[in-house]
Structure formats: C-alpha cells, structure tokens
Design a binder for this molecule. Structure first.
Ligand SMILES: Nc1nc2c(c(=O)[nH]1)N[C@H]1C(S)=C(S)[C@@H](COP(=O)(O)OP(=O)(O)OC[C@H]3O[C@@H](n4cnc5c(=O)[nH]c(N)nc54)[C@H](O)[C@@H]3O)O[C@H]1N2
Ligand SMILES: Nc1nc2c(c(=O)[nH]1)N[C@H]1C(S)=C(S)[C@@H](COP(=O)(O)OP(=O)(O)OC[C@H]3O[C@@H](n4cnc5c(=O)[nH]c(N)nc54)[C@H](O)[C@@H]3O)O[C@H]1N2
Ligand code: SF4
Ligand SMILES: [Mo]
Length: 720
C-alpha cells in the first residue's frame, strides 16, 4: 500500500527565537505527544530558554513505530512558550468587567468563596464540573473525587461524552468491557482485512496508516485520504451506517460466512439477531444507504474470506442519535464472522483524545466511579468510599450527561457555577450559540487552561495551568496501554498544575487531606480505588510502565503481566459469552427537506486539534490550515454559481455561519462537510441525543447553502 503523502516522515522542528527566559530544562526526556489517542512517543530535548528545544520521535512505542509523528506532534513544543501562554491567574472585578491579573491566593479564595455561597443558597448540585479526555489519569481521577467529595455534587461530566461514548456503551453491552482496541495496535497490521467505518485516520492519526497494511475497506460519505488508500470505499449516506451494517449482516448470513462453531461456543443472542436482519435485503439496504449491493457483497466477501479480519469504528459511525445501535450492529457483524476474541481479529473503537481511554475509566463521567465502576452499584460505592475515607451514603448519585448539563446551566434547578478542566465547549459543543448563552447565565464560571480558549475568555476566574511536557502523569492510549508522560521541561513561573489547583481549592473547602498535588501519590490512590474494578490498574506502577513500554489494563497485581488481548478466552460478561443484540435502523434526527436540502457532516483536518484552542495558536499549523471551509459537491457549486474560495452562508434550524467554498468531487452529491476546529460548525449542529450514550448527532443535520452575497431567502429552493 502506498504511504500517505507528506503527512508523515521526518521534518525538523522549528526553534523559538523569541522564547522567554525560563529555568533550565532537563535534557532528552522520553515522553508522549500532547494530542491524540495514538500518544506517539517523543523525546523532548534541549532548553526552552536558549531556543534549543527540539522534539524527536521515539522508536520504542509501537503506536508510532518507525519513529513517525504528524505535523501536530512535530510542532507541539511551540505552546510551551510564546505569547499565547497564560502565566498568571485572571479574574473580573464584576461580572461584566474585563479579566485582569490577580494573585493565586486571591483567585483560589474567590473560587472557593463563590462555590460556598452558591451551594449555601442553592444546594450542592448547584456547582458543576466539566472535564476532558485530554487530562491524565491522575487528573481525571482527582477531578471526579473532587466533585463527589469536596463539592459533594452529582453534576460532573466531560467531553468524552461527545467523543466515543456510543462505542463505549455498545462494547459494554456486547463484551461487558469497553477497552477501545481490545488488542495491541500491532495486531491491526497483521489483519488480512480491515473495515474502517467512519474513521479518517490518515488525517486524524497519520502514523496509524502504517498499521493498515492489507485489504482496507472504508465506509465514509467522503473520499478521504484514508478512503483513497482503500481497496474498497463504501460512500454511505450520512446517518445510514446502521442500515448498512444490517444489510452486510444479511449478506454474511445468507451467503454462508457465519462462523457457526464460534457463534455456538462464544456468543448468545444470534437467533434473535438473525431473525431481525431477515428483512434487510441488500436491495433495501442499498435504497437507504446509497451503497450499491455489489459493493456490499464485495465488502462481506473481503472480510469473510480473510484469514484474520477487523472491524473498526470512528466518530463517523458513532456521533449519531443512534450511535450505540449502529456500533452494536457492526459488533453483531463481527461476532457473526467470528472475529472478536480471536488472535489477530476483532472489533475495536478508534478512541480519539490523548487520554480518551483512561479519561473514561476513573470517574469524571456522570455515572461512574474509578476502575470503570458504576456509581449506582452499592458494592462499587462501598469500595471507593472506603478508599476515600467517606461514608458511601455521602457519595452523590449519577448526574446529567455533558450536553444536558451544559443545557441546564443557569436554568431553574440547574447548576449556577461551573468549573471546566480540559475542554472548550464554546467551540466544540453542539448548538454552540445556545451553550454559550447558558455559560453566560452562570453566576460563576471557572476555567483551568494554559491558553485563553474561547471558554476561558468567558470565565469569571481563569487558572493558568501546566501542560504535558511540564508535568508527570499517565495516559492510557487507544490500545488500553497505560503510558507514562514524563516531565521534560520546567513550567514557567506563575502556573500551577491542575492537581495543585484542586488541592488548593479542596483545602479552602475544608479538606486539607486527600487531595495531593503529587501525581505519583494520586496514581497510587487511583490504583487502590480501581482495584477489583473492570479497569483494574492496581498492578501498574510508574516503574513498570517505564521498564515495560507501557502496561495493558487490567493488571490486578504487580506480578500480573497486564492484558493485551482481554477476550481471547472469555468475554467480560457474567457468562463469558459476547452478546448479540438485535437493533433496527431508524432515520436521522433531522431529515433534509425543501428548506434545508443538504446533509451537513462535520469532522477534522490534519493540522488542527479539536476546538483548535491549542493548534490555532501554532503558526506552522495555522499556515497549513488558516481558516474554516465548506466542502461542497460540484453540482451544488454550479447551481450556486460559485468556485472554491467564494464565501457561502450555511444555515440550519439552530443558526447560521459563513465559510469559503471548497468544491470537491470527493463528497457525496447530497452532503457538505465542515471542520469543527473553528467557531461556526457547531452553531449549525443538532443536539439530538442517543438515548443510551447521550451522544449528540454531530455527524448529520440538515442545512441550506447560499452565496454570501445572494439576497437572503428563507423560501428559495436550492436543493438536490
Ligand atoms: N488532526 C486531528 N486529529 C485528531 C483530532 C483532531 O481534532 N484533529 N481529534 C482526535 C479525536 S478526539 C478524535 S475523536 C479522533 C476522531 O477521528 P475520526 O473518527 O477519524 O475523525 P472525524 O473527522 O471526526 O470523522 C471521521 C470521518 O467520518 C466521516 N463521516 C461523517 N458522517 C458519517 C456517517 O454518517 N457515516 C460514516 N460512516 N462516516 C461519516 C467523515 O467524513 C470523516 O471523514 O481524532 C483524533 N485525532
Ligand atoms: N461538530 C463537531 N463537534 C465536535 C466533534 C465533531 O466531530 N464535530 N467532535 C467531538 C469530540 S470527538 C471531542 S473529543 C470534542 C473535543 O472538544 P473540546 O473538549 O473542546 O477539546 P479541546 O479543544 O481538546 O479542548 C481542550 C481544552 O483544554 C485545554 N487543555 C488541554 N490539556 C489540558 C490539561 O491537562 N488541563 C487543563 N486544565 N486544560 C487542558 C486546551 O488548551 C483546550 O482549551 O469535540 C466534540 N465536538
Ligand atoms: S498522530 Fe496523534 S499522537 Fe501522534 S504526533 Fe500526531 S497528534 Fe501526536
Ligand atoms: Mo474525540
């Protein structure tokens, strides 16, 4: 297979001539990239103060074996210094006054004072916490504990709800455990055939392409860089992957690809699922999905006849109001083909954020306690309360999910104070203008960040924090491999770590103990809190991680080798069998019509990360991708009489935004695409939620497109 052009390979990192004077850096620490779930290994060498800081790839980390980094990784050092960095706490004299510098004592006193006031008047749940999947395990754990013990609030959730929560729920349902890839990433390279459903790893995790060596089937409405490398590309209509999976399963069963011995030995529920797909004739699936029957047959044949095969899902399949059922349908297909729990084969979710895996295990999720325990399970509450030294009855119950939490801010009965650690919802939440209004209605908004993100810019108090290369902590990558991110440089004076911030706030709220600022101490407590849980970290130590190049959880004791492939002998369900669960297709939450005739889908570009808070502040990345755009099919461009670069107005039922046209044959005739790294895309998106995962429908809503200079017309039909 051809390598993707120019996205990987070696590139010298630029130096920082205008770097401020800082304390001398330590040399050549082995650490990991600040961004995505691949957690590529890198060395940070040299000294910020004399501009000699360099980043070079490590060769010992399998995810980026061969020493690959993407452009974001190469340039990651630039935010350690430079003008974008926050180095002093900021606060407002009054709600409408500008942010101005204050001392740490003053900032933390204000936050604790306001929290006390709000809780005294409105109750403990009136203060909420919003976390992030980029936080280290130590921070995610401590944030959950801080919410439940120091704030005594049930109102905590995090941006992972917007990320892989649908796949997590589907994996829990089918396998009794959600470990994104339940096998090492190197297994992917050995698989004879891989089907990637709604993932564009050539742009989102370029070194992942090295692990896609054999037959590749891509399911995506767009001909992405990943799709261009594929043997077969299924150009599905947005929001119809569930019907596609049902059609594929129908074909697999009727054409003799079902692995009957495996189904009998390792699964339950096959008969019900077989009955449920009986009416999903390939022709019916073609009508719903737009994918030709011949291509569906070809896909099943490629997967079914390969010696080893994998089905992987990305956000394209998952970020829908039926994301859980869609992933379930692909897991049903994988189980019917006999893939999960077999060496070299399987189903996996390609987790996205740096600590997207670990961040969903240790208690920053509304319904969860450390070790991937459920907060409504009495035994789990008793165990964790024991580690925390509190009464189990004092632990709050489950709170609102991410969007529901944001939607409730400042409403009667909703939280009046919010603490944000590691997210920028002003840009990244669905129906963002509404979310911004809710944030503005708060009595207290506190943001911990190292840059003045759009959310931080709205805050009453901004707490400047340390970042990746300035602190120790563990990250669990997309394989479930727990890695050690080592401190490589000294932080600028004036910033504090998130752990130190939580420690300072807890002390002011009357808890002098139990909130250490030392990552090693917090990790040891996390190990005890996770012991006996699904995600058991009790046998993992910093020393082991360093000497073993990461440890796969579960690792229930220090002499346990860790678990690279947890399902080889049995699944994590009570009877050890995987469950096939019948699911049916349903339409998207918002169908196209005469007024809103195009499907809008959203996603990522190579050069920017998430809300762009970090990468839009890095000159080389901004040069590579300076502004947002709307990818449109040629026939729409013709109808609007526009060419690439002309400005368009895009309107959905929730709002309107402008973007330059990018005319492309790579997109379906009924679909347009906008990246969400800039303000705009999420003004349009639909917060319809999946009933199980509470995942918003980021990947499809109905829009109308006009030339910006055209007369506004609510009624005019521009449709396909
Ligand atoms: N450069 C970059 N890399 C990143 C990130 C980033 O922001 N920038 N973020 C990280 C994070 S947190 C995540 S979650 C991952 C996400 O990684 P991916 O899942 O690869 O990224 P997306 O671009 O969100 O979506 C993937 C594809 O889904 C397609 N798609 C849209 N709608 C549908 C649909 O209805 N069905 C199907 N089958 N496909 C559809 C889109 O066209 C897109 O090409 O990336 C990680 N890596
Ligand atoms: N339309 C649309 N919207 C989407 C998506 C989509 O595909 N389409 N994808 C969704 C997905 S998958 C995700 S994951 C979300 C992500 O969206 P966000 O949650 O907004 O993610 P980031 O931009 O990574 O925000 C992280 C913020 O925290 C800061 N930060 C980073 N590390 C730390 C730390 O250790 N401590 C502290 N205190 N701050 C830190 C960063 O500077 C940044 O401001 O967006 C979702 N939104
Ligand atoms: S692929 Fe992900 S982890 Fe690797 S360098 Fe790029 S952003 Fe960093
Ligand atoms: Mo994500």
């Amino acid at each position: 297979m051809k390598r993707p052009e120019s996205t990987i390979g070696s590139m010298p990192i630029s130096l920082f001539p205008q770097a401020p004077v800082m304390s001398p850096a330590r040399l050549g620490e082995a650490t990991h990239c600040p961004y995505c779930a691949l957690q590529c290994g890198m060395y940070v060498n040299g000294d910020i103060s004399d501009g000699t800081l360099t980043i070079t790839p490590r060769h010992d980390i399998p995810a980026n074996a061969g020493g690959l980094l993407c452009q974001k990784g190469w340039t990651a050092g630039e935010l350690l210094t430079g003008g974008a960095r926050l180095t002093t706490p900021l606060a407002r004299a009054g709600h409408t006054s500008p942010l101005s510098p204050v001392s740490w004592e003053d900032a933390l006193d204000r936050v604790a004072g306001a929290v006390r006031e709000i809780q005294a008047e409105h109750g403990d749940d009136a203060v909420a916490v919003f976390g992030g999947g980029g936080l280290t395990n130590e921070k995610a754990y401590q944030l959950g504990k801080f919410a439940r013990v120091a704030l005594r609030t049930s109102q905590i959730d995090y941006n992972g709800r917007f990320c892989m929560s649908s796949a997590a729920a589907a994996s829990n349902r089918a396998f009794g455990m959600d470990r994104g890839l339940p096998f090492p990433i190197t297994d992917v390279a050995g698989a004879g055939a891989v089907m990637m459903v709604g993932g564009n790893v050539a742009d989102t995790m370029p070194p992942f392409m090295r692990h896609l060596r054999n037959t590749l089937i891509v399911v995506d409405p767009r001909e992405t860089r990943t799709a261009r490398q594929a043997t077969l590309h299924l150009r599905v209509t947005p929001g119809t992957d569930l019907a596609l999976a049902l059609g594929l399963l129908h074909i697999a069963i009727t054409e003799g690809y079902a692995d009957e011995d495996y189904i009998a030995a390792r699964t339950t529920g096959f008969q019900e699922v077989r009955a449920s797909v009986a009416s999903w004739w390939p022709e019916r699936a073609e009508r719903v999905t737009g994918v030709p029957v011949a291509q569906m047959r070809e896909a099943v044949h490629l997967l079914g006849s390969a010696r080893t095969a994998m089905i992987l899902t990305g956000r394209g399949a998952e970020q829908h109001s039926k994301g859980v059922d869609t992933v379930t349908a692909f897991i049903n297909l994988a189980l019917t083909l006999g893939l999960p729990g077999r060496a070299g084969s399987g189903y996996g979710c390609v987790t996205g954020q740096g600590n997207g895996q670990g961040g969903r295990e240790h208690g920053q999720k509304a319904d969860q306690l450390p070790g991937y325990r459920r907060i409504d399970d009495p035994a789990a509450r008793a165990h964790v309360a024991g580690v925390w030294g509190v009464d189990p009855d004092a632990l709050p119950g489950p709170g609102r999910s991410a969007y529901e939490l944001l939607d409730s801010l400042g409403t009667p009965g909703g939280p009046r104070g919010l603490l944000v650690f590691g997210s920028n919802p002003v840009i990244s939440a669905p129906r963002s203008s509404h979310v911004t209004e809710r944030l503005a209605a708060l009595d207290l908004l506190v943001v911990s960040d190292f840059v003045l993100s759009e959310t931080a810019a709205m805050a009453d108090v901004v707490l400047p924090t340390t970042q990746w290369a300035e602190e120790h902590g563990t990250m669990t990558n997309l394989e479930g491999r727990v890695l050690l991110r080592r401190q490589a440089v000294a932080p600028p004076s004036g910033v504090r770590s998130d752990l130190a911030i939580l420690s300072g706030l807890a002390a002011r709220l009357g808890l002098a103990d139990g909130f250490s600022a030392d990552p090693g101490t917090v990790f040891d407590e996390l190990r005890r809190a996770s012991a006996g849980g699904v995600a058991d970290y009790s046998g993992i130590t910093y020393e082991r991680i360093a000497s073993e190049t990461g440890v796969f959880w579960p690792a229930p004791s220090e002499d346990h080798p860790g678990t690279p492939r947890p399902f080889l002998d049995r699944f994590a369900t009570p009877d050890g069998r995987a469950r096939l669960v019948p699911v049916d297709h349903r339409p998207v939450a918002e169908e196209v019509d005469d007024h809103y005739p195009y499907y809008l889908t959203t996603g990522r570009v190579l050069a920017h990360y998430q809300s762009g808070a970090q990468t839009r502040r890095i000159p080389a990345l901004n040069e590579a991708a300076p502004e947002t755009y709307l990818e449109i099919p040629p026939d729409l461009a013709e109808r609007l009489n526009v060419t690439s670069g002309d400005m368009l107005t895009v309107t959905s039922r929730r709002g309107s935004t402008e973007a330059a046209a990018r005319v492309s044959r790579a997109i379906r005739h009924d679909t347009v695409f906008m990246p969400f790294h800039w303000e705009g895309a999420n003004r349009l998106t639909n917060p319809a939620l999946d009933p199980v995962s509470r995942m918003p429908e980021f990947k499809v809503c109905a829009v109308r497109i006009e030339r910006r200079d055209a007369a506004p017309s609510g009624e005019r039909r521009l449709g396909a």
